[in-house]
Structure formats: C-alpha cells, structure tokens
Design a protein around this ligand. Structure first.
Ligand SMILES: NC(=O)c1ccc[n+]([C@@H]2O[C@H](COP(=O)([O-])OP(=O)(O)OC[C@H]3O[C@@H](n4cnc5c(N)ncnc54)[C@H](O)[C@@H]3O)[C@@H](O)[C@H]2O)c1
Length: 328
C-alpha cells in the first residue's frame, strides 16, 4: 500500500482525491489545504483514516507518507515539489509542471539525483481515445500525419498566474508529443490577447514540425465550451470531441493523387475521396484514474513515468518560445 498526501483541495484537488481513494493500492493518507474552508469541504467527504492538515510542512517529516500529490496553482508547484523531493517523497504534480523551463530542469535533476519519481499529470495521454488514435497511426490505418487542429475553449476560469495557453494548450501539446514520440517543432509562433488578466486569456498557437503542422486554440473568452481535436492523416481523418458521449469519429475521407489515364493537370489529377464514417467502440476509462494508476506503478516498480519531467520540459520549451514570439 502506498500512502499519498494531497496538497491542494480547490477546484481540481477533489478529483485527484477521489481517484486516489478509488485505487485499491493507494491510501489517501492526508489532505492538506492552507484554506480552512477548503479543508472543511474535504472533511465532509470523510474517508476513514484520512488526516487533514492546514500546513504542508506537517507532511514532509511524516515517515508514513510515501508520496505527495500536488494540485495547487501552477506558481506554487516549484517550491512544493522541491520540498517534497528533499523530504524523500515521490511526487505526482498537476500540469503545467512549473512556471519556467529552468525550474523544471532543476526539479528533474534533483529527482534523478535522489532516485525519486516525478509524474506530471499530462492527463490526456492517459485518455483511452488518445491511446486509440495512437494505435490507429501505428497500425498505418490513418496514413501519414498531415495536421492537428485543436480547440480548447470555454468562458473562464480566468487564472492570474498562467495564460490560457499555458493552462490549456499544454494538454494538446502533450497529445502531440505522445502521438509523435517526442518529436519537437522547428517553427513556433502565437498571437494572443490579455483580456482581464496579466497573461493572455485567448491565444492561437501555430507550430510546424517535420512532416506536419498544428494549430492550437486556447480560450477563456468563449461562449461555447469546446474540447475538440481534428487530426488528418493522408489515408483517413479523425475527430475527437471530448464533450460528446460518442467521442471518436473516423472519416474514411481524404485526397488522392492519381496518375495515369484521363488526367486533368499535366501528368496527375488530385481527387477528393468520400467514404464511411466509423464510430469505433472504445472502452470507457477515467483518464485521471489511469494517470494516477501509472504513477502508482512507477513508484512500485521504480521506473520513469511516461509523463516525466523531460516530457514536461519539451512542452514548456514550446510554451516559452511561443511567449517570446507572441504577437511578433
Ligand atoms: N489535469 C487537469 O485536467 C486539470 C484540470 C484543472 C486544473 N488542473 C491543475 O490543478 C492545479 C490546481 O488548479 P485548481 O483550479 O484546482 O486551483 P485552485 O486555485 O482552485 O485550488 C488550489 C488550492 O490549493 C491550495 N493551496 C495553494 N497553495 C497551497 C499550499 N502551499 N499549501 C496548502 N494548500 C495550498 C489553495 O488554498 C486552493 O484551495 C493547477 O496546476 C491546474 O493547472 C489540472
């Protein structure tokens, strides 16, 4: 049994607590929140044997606690992860990992030195639909990747410590990173606007990778909630709509280049191809449960997480470069 303490019981923390509790190999040892009101809320969902603390310092020297899960605002991640590692605890931390690449590198090096695990909750790579899309590419069914168009928008919650791009595009960047095995873009640009926030609350990020391009829209200023990806392959195209009950659509559509007889232009013709739309059966799984379960396996087997600091650093390098190029 691995005893985990959770720091942060705001908007997202209760979901992390619920999924730790649901895992038979994990014990939610302590819930910690510096805000008394939040801690009272946590106590109402009382789980036998779970303790409650206002100060995270109490968790650090408790030898019963093997791991710490961190679900506080991004600006608070660096200090808490560092203190947890120095106290000898394995760490599960919410995305985005840290506020800068430099901080992320320091924590990665510290964890390696101390032989401890850091798992960053890049939740989307644990989503069954994303795993299915990866298998469709690996089997060759979709052909070559042409482009990825991602939309992640809703009204609010406008945060102060991160931009909508750091908060939302990080999900899409983690999906791309996972689908193309860590391939990095060679062109990064973005436009954004700072409505009601010291950082951008609306942002359009454009990326060019070897062989494909990507556009990622992140917004807290939208009348509609969207969580949608369009991924075009040279053979088939897929749409992943995370807000629908049927989430994955495979379109047997595309563009064929035909050479030979009856050609229209010079020695080849370009023809669009229409075909069936398939909604494949994909077993329902909770992505957050899968992410936490993967962290558990990494701690048990002392192996690197697939969403380790190196992955987070690749994503944050893109975000930092996009910030540098923003509106230029
Ligand atoms: N994986 C996902 O899909 C997903 C979704 C939403 C949020 N998140 C991430 O979860 C994290 C938390 O976001 P949120 O929206 O829940 O924030 P929030 O502001 O609603 O909650 C943060 C909580 O942490 C507490 N806190 C902050 N510093 C603390 C400290 N030092 N000690 C004890 N308690 C402390 C605050 O009192 C607050 O209750 C962020 O990193 C965010 O990006 C991830």
């Amino acid at each position: 049994m691995i005893n985990i303490a959770l720091i942060g019981y705001g908007y997202w923390g209760p979901n992390v607590a619920r999924n730790i509790h649901a895992n038979p190999d994990l014990k939610l040892h302590t819930v910690c929140d510096a805000n008394e009101e939040m801690l009272e809320k946590a106590k109402r969902l009382y789980i036998a044997q779970t303790k409650y603390e206002l100060s995270y310092k109490k968790l650090l020297d408790n030898p019963e606690i093997h791991a710490i899960a961190i679900a506080v605002e991004t600006s608070g991640h660096f200090n808490l992860v560092k203190e947890a590692l120095l106290a000898g605890k394995n760490v599960y931390v919410e995305k985005p990992f840290t506020s800068t690449v430099k901080e992320a590198e320091e924590l990665r090096d510290l964890a390696n030195k101390l032989n401890l695990i850091i798992h960053v909750d890049h939740i989307m790579i644990f989503h069954p639909i994303i795993k299915k899309i990866k298998s469709l590419f690996e089997s060759g069914e979709l052909g070559e990747l042409l482009y990825i168009d991602a939309m992640r928008m809703n009204l609010g919650q406008i945060k102060k410590d991160v931009s909508a791009m750091w908060d939302l595009a990080v999900h899409d960047l983690s999906i791309i990173d996972y689908l193309v095995d860590g391939k990095e873009p060679f062109y990064i640009n973005a436009v954004g606007e700072k409505y009601y926030n010291p950082k951008e609350s609306l942002c359009f990020l454009t990326l060019r990778y070897k062989g494909f391009i990507s556009h990622i829209q992140s917004s807290w200023i939208s009348p509609l909630k969207e969580r949608k990806l369009i991924i075009a392959g040279s053979k088939k195209m897929v749409v992943f709509d995370d807000l629908k009950s049927e989430k994955l659509f495979i379109y047997d559509k595309g563009v064929d280049v035909i050479s030979g007889e009856n050609i229209e232009y010079k020695d080849y013709a370009v023809k669009t191809r229409d075909g069936d739309i398939l909604i494949p059966y994909v077993k329902v799984e909770d992505a957050l449960y899968n992410s936490i379960n993967h962290f558990k396996e990494c701690v048990q087997e002392k192996k690197q997480s697939i969403s380790n600091p190196d992955q987070a650093i690749r994503l944050q390098k893109i975000l930092e470069e996009a910030d540098k190029n923003m509106n230029k």
